[in-house]
Design a protein around this ligand. Structure first.
Ligand code: F3S
Length: 429
């Protein structure tokens, strides 16, 4: 049984109101299921608190069918509906289901948009930051080294643990919503030093430079170590933030990697011994030319027709420098009439892209900069899409399978060229 401090007992017993008591009750059940002995304090929570499509509200029609009902019955797993106060922890909303302005282009109904807008008002009224992105660390939520967080979204979790040195498990909707009220998560998993040690190693024997190459290495890493913690060494040099973003997202998709170490690069891997917490152990995998070619082939195995009708960029959500790059590649060109180019980012980054002139260049070329969501989350692709192209190993892993379409994977330049010609011409080199 998890031990409770006096403060935690008081929360469970209703000192801070019914919703906090329900949140503590849920967290106690969660901690006991995990075998956690204590809770850890958190003041950084990222989830999707109370947001739901209309059919979820309809399911709780007898309870009122509103935000309060969904938050109580679904998020807090409560047997009764309680008043939901403003959140106590610093809390932010991750990606949602549609763009707040371009939802018609995404094929959403008026009814779905009204529901979305209502939820968003509730979220803001409950003191939650409306970041609406899978990259909160690019939009105003950057933890510090060692900070205990409660985050959902696999690509954000692996970034938080590995690159920043923040501490989070891959939480779910229920635990994040409860943590927003109670400022607690079970002291288990990635909150503990011992759990954060490397378990296997990857010897990288080929140069890894572009976003595509980092995505491929990430995809290989996840396939090799599955949900273990890898340590990478060999011929890698310190990747940029963006390359970490694509590496981690891919590793979390092909496996279930929630943390990785790169010797001399990531904060908890100054040396091999540091990464492993002692002598190296586990299996040693090799990433050479053969493995690289196999990953490329696998990521392109669902592409057959070279006639591309949709190019999707921005998984994980594009940073401002990626948008600037895309604008530079598109300037003076035009998206082909048989193709659509949608680029996804957060509202915060889009505002910067507008102010900096990148969005105007994209728009002039016929591309659309969208926020809040992505094709996989919203299951929205341009009408009639049959063949799509991506610069993200994560997105090509998910979207074609979800939507029953073909998919190609390559460099950002391959994708921009495909958007402008409607033909896929990417090659491994
Ligand atoms: Fe983000 Fe969608 Fe990719 S939510 S990580 S852009 S699948």
């Amino acid at each position: 049984m998890v031990r409770l401090t006096d403060d935690e007992s008081a929360m469970r017993d209703g000192r801070d109101g019914a919703a906090v008591a329900k949140a503590m009750d849920l967290l106690i059940r969660y901690a006991d299921a995990l075998g956690a002995e204590d809770f850890v304090y958190t003041n950084n929570v990222a989830g999707v608190p109370g947001s739901s499509p209309q059919w979820v509200k309809d399911y709780y029609a007898e309870d009122g069918g509103d935000y309060r009902a969904v938050f109580s019955r679904f998020d807090l797993d409560s047997d009764e509906v309680v008043d939901v106060p403003r959140m106590n922890a610093f809390s932010c909303h991750l990606q949602g289901g549609m763009d707040p302005e371009l939802w018609r282009e995404q094929g959403m109904s008026e009814e779905a948009f009204v529901n979305f807008a209502t939820d968003e008002r509730e979220v803001a009224d409950h003191g939650i930051q409306v970041l609406k992105t899978c990259t909160p660390y690019l939009a105003g939520n950057v933890p510090v080294m060692g900070e205990h967080c409660a985050w959902m979204e696999s690509s954000a979790v692996v970034f938080c643990n590995s690159v920043i040195g923040g501490r989070t498990n891959c939480e779910g909707r229920e635990s994040t919503s409860a943590a927003m009220l109670a400022n607690r998560v079970p002291d288990w998993g990635f909150h503990k030093d011992d759990y954060r040690r490397a378990q296997h190693s990857i010897d990288v024997q080929v140069p890894v430079d572009t976003i595509r190459e980092w995505g491929m290495l990430g995809y290989y890493t996840g396939s090799a170590v599955e949900d273990s913690i890898p340590m990478l060494d060999g011929s890698i040099t310190a990747p940029t933030l963006i390359k970490h973003k694509h590496f981690g997202a891919a590793a979390a998709s092909s496996g279930g990697v929630e943390m990785y170490h790169m010797v001399g690069v990531t904060p908890e891997a100054a040396t091999r011994d540091h990464a492993f917490g002692g002598p190296e152990q586990g299996e040693r995998f090799t990433y050479g030319q053969e493995e690289r070619a196999a990953v490329y082939e696998r990521l392109n195995s669902i592409g057959h027709s070279h006639d591309v009708d949709y190019v999707m960029l921005g998984c994980p959500h594009y940073s401002i420098d990626q948008i600037a790059d895309a604008a530079r590649m598109l300037e003076g060109r035009r998206v082909h009439e048989n193709c659509a180019l949608w680029i996804f980012t957060s509202r915060a980054v889009k505002a910067t892209a507008v102010a900096s002139g990148h969005e105007a260049i994209l728009r002039k070329a016929g591309a659309i900069l969208m926020t809040d969501t992505c094709s996989a989350i919203s299951q929205a692709v341009p009408n009639g899409t049959k063949v799509a192209a991506f610069d993200s190993a994560k997105q090509v892993h998910y979207l074609p399978a979800m939507m029953g379409i073909e998919g190609w994977f390559g460099t950002t330049q391959d994708c921009i060229d495909a958007a402008c010609t409607s033909r896929w011409q990417g090659r491994l080199n």
